[in-house]
Design a binder for this molecule. Structure first.
Ligand code: IVH
Length: 698
């Protein structure tokens, strides 16, 4: 491969890796298994090694994935929160042990083996025996402050037991004033199942798996709700801190001693801990853990092998990403064999039609599986998957199961290939395959499945986070023709909502409050909400930082876009294509027409929190004159009324302000004459954004 090709491949891999990190950390989903993800990282690392000079400090090979969330403040870690090198088979474990032995020039080494918890990393500080701070991993250097949420976890005491100082080596006299424990938060399987059963009964969407449920719970704004979910924690690392929260010298002889002190402090530590000398013992412990993993009440995705001695850990040191003294051994994806009954079609928000395998239910990795993704038609044709086939399904990490291969030797002749759909299964319109794409798409912008997908995306947690708008209400609104796009949500009226089957005044209040909140979402979340192809939360943040409002973004050239960090020519083209295309342009205009402010926060959040009855418009009388570029006259009137203001037709001394658009005439002159406040469109929009309507945009 020449340097230029390698450079292009490196750029592509980085974008691909960032996209998967975004899915995993920010959207709590995953399209590929951990093993597939690691293969991408390895390929990138190999290319960066083969072509020195093409590596960069911000390459994913040098950074850990970020789970930062703008809704929480962040704080620096006492010491970087690193990741672990992964391995998938015993040969890789042996290679690790050899590397360690070579570096230390001895193979007389003690290793520890413990479960690798499939949860969410947490760092907790206690000062003078009291809980002081809890941080998520974040980008490894800074984490999100989630102290209140963490304090609801039984294993995170707000006050340590009296005499906690005696737990340290050397006794109370040698104990630090402050320390940090790091570990993994998780949701027990029994709790997870009970939680989902309750959600299902309440008509809420079920949570995909315990890890996602844990990540979502830790980032819930309602601390009482976090408490009700019943999270647990196991700690595996202890860092002593000085008065400035900097790490202090470490008194532990090794990892086992460190875990023992954590236990003596009253903090939960995983009871499974084995020690090993050499590969034979390592192999035996890994096998034991693999055999016992489904008997546990929590999910583990492997084992963690660590050099026990602290002195040797220090001698081995760390890379920017992971310690050299530790290794994660990931369990192989588990397989099961079953029959593919039929293939159904799923239409997503971008119109992409995904084939889904309907399987004869089979037990796989502790759960019953009856559906699996087939990704796309090309993939299905490549694997020659037919209805009626006996197939092997796998589940790697927390990913939805997928069909790995067909056992063609078991074919009976009655199996049937599934043709690419020529019509959308939801709306019946002809499908299309776009140039250069493998996906088959429904291109009908009014397809109900596409509309439902878009609305769900718009309302999603990382987008507008609209409380009270679950999947079922979206379907109901569409069925009744109440909405055709996100902007219509802001036109829904209380009376109409309250009369819907299964609704009532309370649900209507909740949705309208959720919509009012949606108007105050950060600019980056609003960009993400637009559903621009290829724009995940992190790209949306980049765009929000560079462009202050939708008009700036609409003016951006592909070159200006492509210059931004993490945005290459492909993403730039996708953004431009969306903004120039009919659907994107219409969405922007419609959102403008309901006064949905598409720009960076113009006012401090405190002012933005004002609601009906307290804001600029409340109790005032306004006159509209001229044409507003971003809003129809009636939308402007509704927006003012929704904020408690009145709109009249003529200017008098009692008028609070005149909103003057383009070509404003006599009324503007009259306002000047009487000394009435005049708002141009920008000032008007800023006031609208600052006040929200408290009612959801009636
Ligand atoms: S030790 C310097 N021990 O796995 C890193 N990590 O993939 C020390 N994890 O970031 C980590 N169980 O969040 C360690 N028993 C265990 C673990 C564990 C789960 C997580 C942890 C880490 C990630 C790396």
């Amino acid at each position: 491969m020449d340097r230029e090709t390698a450079g292009r491949e490196i750029t592509r891999l980085r974008a691909e890796i960032e996209r998967h990190r975004d899915l995993y950390y920010n959207r709590e989903t995953a399209e590929i298994s951990d093993a597939e993800y690691d293969a991408l990282e390895r390929r990138l690392a190999d290319l960066e090694t083969a072509f020195p000079g093409l590596g960069t400090a911000d390459s994913p090979t040098a950074t850990v994935g970020a789970d930062q969330d703008a809704r929480f403040p962040s704080a620096p870690h006492s010491r970087p929160m690193l990741s672990l090198q992964n391995s998938y088979d015993l040969d890789e474990v042996a290679a690790f042990a050899e590397r360690v032995a070579r570096t230390l020039d001895t193979d007389d080494l003690l290793y520890t083996v413990e479960p690798k918890m499939d949860g969410v990393a947490l760092a907790v500080r206690w000062r003078d025996g009291r809980l002081a701070l809890a941080l998520t991993r974040g980008d490894g250097a800074r984490g999100d402050v989630i102290t209140a949420n963490a304090s609801t976890i039984a294993g995170v005491p707000v006050a340590l037991a009296k005499g906690w100082r005696a737990a340290f080596p050397g006794g109370a006299a040698a104990a630090p004033d402050a320390f940090e424990a790091r570990g993994e938060v998780f949701l027990g399987l029994e709790r997870f199942r009970a939680l989902n059963a309750a959600r299902e009964a309440a008509g809420l969407e079920v949570l995909a798996n315990p890890r996602n449920a844990t990540a979502g719970t830790l980032k819930t704004l309602d601390t009482d709700e976090v408490g009700r979910r019943g999270l647990s924690v196991f700690f595996y690392q202890l860092i002593l801190l000085d008065a400035e929260d900097r790490p202090a010298p470490d008194p532990f002889v090794g990892h086992q001693a460190e875990l023992a002190v954590l236990g003596a402090l009253g903090l939960p530590v995983n009871p499974f801990l084995r020690t090993a000398r050499g590969m034979d013992e390592l192999r035996a412990h890994l096998a034991e853990l693999g055999a016992r993993r489904h008997d546990l009440d929590y999910q583990i995705d492997g084992a963690v092998i660590k050099v026990d001695s602290r002195e040797w850990q220090e001698a081995l040191g760390s890379t920017a990403k992971a310690p050299r003294w530790g290794l994660a051994y990931k369990f192989a994806a588990e397989e099961a064999t079953t029959r593919l009954r039929s293939v159904t079609l799923q239409v997503g928000r971008t119109g992409v039609i995904t084939p889904v395998a309907e399987l004869e239910p089979v037990l796989l990795a502790g759960t019953t599986v009856s559906r699996a993704t087939l990704h796309n038609w090309q993939e299905m044709e490549r694997k020659d998957i037919r209805q009626g086939d006996t197939v092997v399904v796998v589940k790697g990490g927390d990913v939805i199961p997928k069909v790995l291969r067909v056992l063609t030797e078991l074919r009976t002749g009655g199996e049937e290939a599934v043709p690419r759909p020529v019509h959308c299964p939801e709306c019946g319109q002809p499908t299309r395959r776009l140039e250069g794409e493998v996906a088959v798409r429904c291109i009908n912008p009014l397809c109900p499945a596409v509309l439902a997908g878009r609305l769900r995306h718009f309302a999603g947690r990382d987008a507008c986070d609209i409380e009270g708008l679950g999947g079922r209400s979206v379907e109901l609104f569409l069925e009744r023709g109440l909405v055709a796009g996100p902007a219509d949500l802001f036109r829904l009226e209380h009376g109409l909502l309250a009369d819907l089957p299964g609704w009532g005044a309370k649900s209507a209040d909740r949705l309208l409050a959720g919509l009012a909140q949606a108007r105050q979402r950060p600019w980056a979340a609003k960009i993400f909400a637009l559903g621009i192809p290829q724009v995940g939360t992190s790209t949306a943040r980049t765009l929000a930082g560079r462009f202050r409002g939708i008009d700036d973004l609409l003016d951006a050239t592909p070159d200006q876009l492509a210059e931004l960090p993490d945005i290459g020519p492909t993403v730039a083209a996708a953004v431009r294509g969306f903004l120039d295309g009919e659907g994107g342009a219409r969405l922007v205009e419609e959102l403008r027409s309901v006064g949905f402010f598409l720009a960076a926060e113009a006012v401090p959040p405190a002012a933005a929190a004002a609601t009906l009855g307290e804001g600029y418009f409340a109790g005032g009388t306004f006159v509209l004159t001229g044409t507003l570029a971003g809003m129809t006259r009636s939308a402007a009137q509704r927006a003012i009324e929704a904020r408690g203001g009145k709109v009249t037709g003529s200017v008098s001394k009692k008028t609070t302000a005149v909103v003057a658009g383009d070509k404003a005439g006599g009324k503007l002159d009259k306002a000047r004459e009487l000394g009435v406040e005049i708002l141009d469109e920008a000032a008007f929009a800023a006031h609208l954004a600052a006040t929200g309507d408290g009612t959801g945009g009636r």
